[in-house]
Design a protein around this ligand. Structure first.
Ligand SMILES: [Ca+2]
Length: 178
């Protein structure tokens, strides 16, 4: 009898935790950036499988410290305050072409990427581990900036999720979901 009671208490608690964990997801296309600075540019026909056009820093155009230019700036409307995970649908050319520097509002840049999945579109997240703080976003407008860190990189879609259990699959629907 006691065992059954414990089981139902655990089930109720897990249900409550799931309810708390869920949160908004905001997905948008990389090519919708408000500012795109060369050598970051919009491409449509380089590699297959993107959701329409995508952003690319072509291989060989240069990266810091030799070349510091190249960025994409997004204005994102956050519907609800929370701790958000940043997901990006990326294509990396290789181990020297698998990252961006990213900044949120006027906070210091952080390293995004450095995973070892190459030459295919795949979703990459930040933060990677629980020891790194997620992005704490207040309700309202925020600025997300992707900087040139390595050339040979592509960015198709961006998704901010306050739902820790959510994992994007393939091309995601753009817009806001609860
Ligand atoms: Ca796209």
């Amino acid at each position: 009898m006691k065992k059954y009671l414990m089981k139902s208490v655990v089930a109720v608690l897990l249900g409550a935790l799931n309810g708390i964990a869920a949160g908004p997801k905001i997905c948008f296309e990389a090519e919708s950036a408000g500012v795109i600075e060369q050598p970051m540019a919009v491409y449509t026909n380089g590699v297959a499988g993107a959701s329409g056009p995508y952003l690319e820093i072509p291989e060989g155009v240069g990266n810091p410290p030799k070349r510091n230019e190249g960025k994409a700036v997004f204005t994102v409307e956050i519907p609800k305050e929370g701790a958000y995970t940043l997901w990006c649908r990326c294509w990396w050319n290789g181990e020297c072409s698998n990252s961006f520097s990213v900044s949120l509002d006027d906070q210091p840049v952080f390293l995004f990427g450095e995973d070892a999945t190459y030459k295919t579109w795949h979703w990459v997240k930040y933060p990677v581990s629980r020891t790194v703080k997620p992005l704490n976003l207040t309700e309202g407008k925020h600025t997300l900036t992707f900087f040139n860190r390595e050339d040979g990189v592509r960015l198709d879609q961006i998704l901010l999720s306050a739902d820790k259990r959510f994992v994007p699959m393939d091309i995601e629907k753009t817009g806001v979901r609860q």
